[in-house]
Design a protein around this ligand. Structure first.
Ligand code: AR6
Length: 171
């Protein structure tokens, strides 16, 4: 699998699937979640509501992932995953790794070959950047998948630098 880092806005990605750093309600929020729903239009939220009604009445659990249409985005699907809120007192790394693994599993189910990820949990959920980047890159590199290319789409230079340094350690 090819891993590429880009600095940019994930809503502009022309790939099979973009991953959303959602929350368990699946009803939208700020950060990348807000941007995806804003640019993707109401079709995404409609499908999230239907998924809640049919499968996730109690919310999508942390570390899990589920796909919807990408609405008006140039991608084909949005894969919504719920990252863990960072805790100083409890090691939640395995849940963050699970977001990447589960997203790739959903991508495989869809037949997606190109997938773009944001830095899950590294914004509002407060995960220290270097650690979030290390978990992201290592997990993706170690996952068995049919996905041929993973793009980490990083919103600012500091996030890009953290991923660049993390990637250097797995190559
Ligand atoms: N493209 C790529 N990355 C982005 C974009 C974008 N358009 N916008 C923000 N980022 P966050 P979290 C970066 O806060 O920490 C929401 O309210 C951002 O700079 O979006 O997992 C959800 O509903 C950061 O590097 O996600 C949840 O409640 C990274 O994306 C909660 O936030 C992740 O930041 C999830 O928090």
């Amino acid at each position: 699998m090819r891993i590429v880092l880009v600095e940019g806005d994930i809503t502009e990605e022309r790939v099979d699937a973009v991953v959303n750093a959602a929350n368990s309600s699946l009803l939208g929020g700020g950060g990348v979640d807000g941007a995806i729903h804003r640019r993707g239009g109401p079709e995404i939220l409609d499908e999230c509501r239907r998924l809640r009604a049919s499968h996730y009445g109690g919310g999508l659990p942390t570390g899990k992932a589920v796909a919807t249409t990408a609405g008006l985005l140039p991608a084909r699907w949005v894969i919504h995953t719920v990252g863990p809120v960072y805790s100083e007192f409890e090691d939640r790394s395995e849940l963050l790794a699970s977001c990447y693994r589960e997203s790739l599993r959903v991508a495989d189910d869809l037949g997606a070959r190109t997938v773009s990820f944001p830095a899950v949990s590294a914004g509002i959920y407060g995960w220290p950047l270097d650690d979030a980047a290390r978990i992201a890159v290592r997990t993706v590199a170690a996952t068995q998948t049919q996905v041929a290319a993973v793009r980490f789409v990083l919103f600012s230079p500091d996030v890009y630098t953290a991923f660049d340094q993390a990637l250097a350690t797995v190559r």
